[in-house]
Design a protein. Structure first.
Length: 363
């Protein structure tokens, strides 16, 4: 924990009816025990699992580490660009880039934490093979080769950094993201093509219709499944919708865990559409494509920045299909860029956990 108290922010709540006609937040309170049946000690912090990748997950982790010390990041492993892509191609390893970014986001605000965050994010600039490789990527891959265990190696890096949480890959095998894209080739605007690779999908000029993973049924990391099942809260998003958020729902064991967990689930929406991948998407359309990829997914809360929602009724209707309430809060930085403010986002998460968790057993 950083010891910093998040600034309290105004949350506007819209509560639709959930399944069966009852309010979406009217579930029975969770038993005060863990999944293993042991009583949960009062005063303990909420167990939170955050799913995603890239800068979106980093923003969520930077906020969540301010309000809980029991935090696990489950990170997508489909990146095939830049330093990660080169290491993946040359050594056959998981792409380490998004894992590195998550570890950096979990570093503390003290000198130790900020120094190590800068070190693992540092990229070499040269005329040779090291050009643009990130130090953290090389460190992670070296420990994978030394220890032969993805989870043990990431835990060791987290210990070195003093990370305020744990980082896990969603799968132990490198994944390829493929998308059906209409108009990927500007010369054929009506044609639907298969686009391969996360880096290519993220920058496509066309309209993404759907995404899938290769292999189609990748094994989930058992520790990631266990973390979701044992959580109090699971946070999905923000981030690149088709290449960082939805892929978690395409791992069968992870989706089953999301469906079977007793945790409450919050979806955090982006502040603005992403050029290429979600160009022109409204907040409600983000929910619609999520539902098409995981029609059985249920949510408890959809969090959005109040200034980024021009049509609140439409977003409420879209959230209702997931059984979710909509929470609107100012979570963006004040400099005009579409980036989350860590303290404002922390305050929004903290308020949601208290409101919808019914002052959980950790309080």
């Amino acid at each position: 924990m950083t010891g910093r108290t998040p600034r309290l922010s105004r949350l506007r709540r819209v509560v639709p009816e959930g399944r069966g006609g009852r309010p979406a937040d009217a579930r029975a309170a969770r038993p005060e025990q863990t999944r293993g049946g042991k009583p949960r000690r009062r005063g303990a912090q909420p167990k939170v699992v955050a799913l995603g990748g890239g800068m979106g997950l980093s923003a969520s982790l930077a906020a969540l580490r301010r309000i809980t010390g029991d935090l696990t990041a489950v990170v997508t492993v489909a990146d095939d660009g830049g330093s990660s892509g080169r290491l993946r191609d040359e050594l056959g390893v998981l792409p380490p880039g998004d894992l590195r970014k998550a570890l950096a986001a979990l570093c503390g605000d003290d000198d130790w934490g900020q120094t190590w965050a800068r070190v693992i994010q540092h990229r070499f600039q040269s005329q040779g093979d090291l050009h643009e490789h990130a130090v953290g990527n090389l460190l992670i891959v070296a420990l994978w080769e030394q220890l032969g265990d993805h989870v043990q190696a990431l835990d060791l890096v987290g210990k070195l950094l003093g990370a305020h949480g744990r980082v896990l890959p969603m799968s132990a095998v490198p994944l390829e993201l493929q998308a059906l894209v209409r108009g990927h080739d500007p010369a054929r605007p009506g044609a639907v093509d298969t686009v391969r690779g996360q880096a290519t999908v993220a920058l496509t000029p066309g309209e993404v219709q759907s995404v899938h993973l290769v292999p189609s049924d990748p094994p989930a990391v058992p520790e990631a499944v266990d973390a979701v099942l044992d959580a109090d809260w699971v946070v999905l998003g923000p981030g690149s919708w088709f290449s960082s958020v939805i892929p978690h729902l395409l791992v069968p064991d992870l989706l089953d865990a999301l469906a079977g967990t007793k945790a409450r689930r919050v979806l955090s929406l982006n502040l603005a559409p992403q050029p290429g991948e979600t160009e022109g998407f409204s907040p409600q359309r983000h929910l619609e494509v999520l539902g098409r990829h995981a029609p059985k997914l249920a949510l408890d809360v959809v969090l959005a920045d109040e200034a980024a929602v021009p049509d609140r009724d439409s977003l409420t209707d879209a959230a209702k299909r997931f059984g979710a309430a909509v929470e609107l809060a100012p979570v963006a930085r004040t400099d005009g860029t579409p980036r989350h403010d860590p303290e404002l986002l922390a305050a929004a998460y903290d308020r949601i956990f208290r409101m919808h968790g019914r002052i959980g057993p950790w309080r």
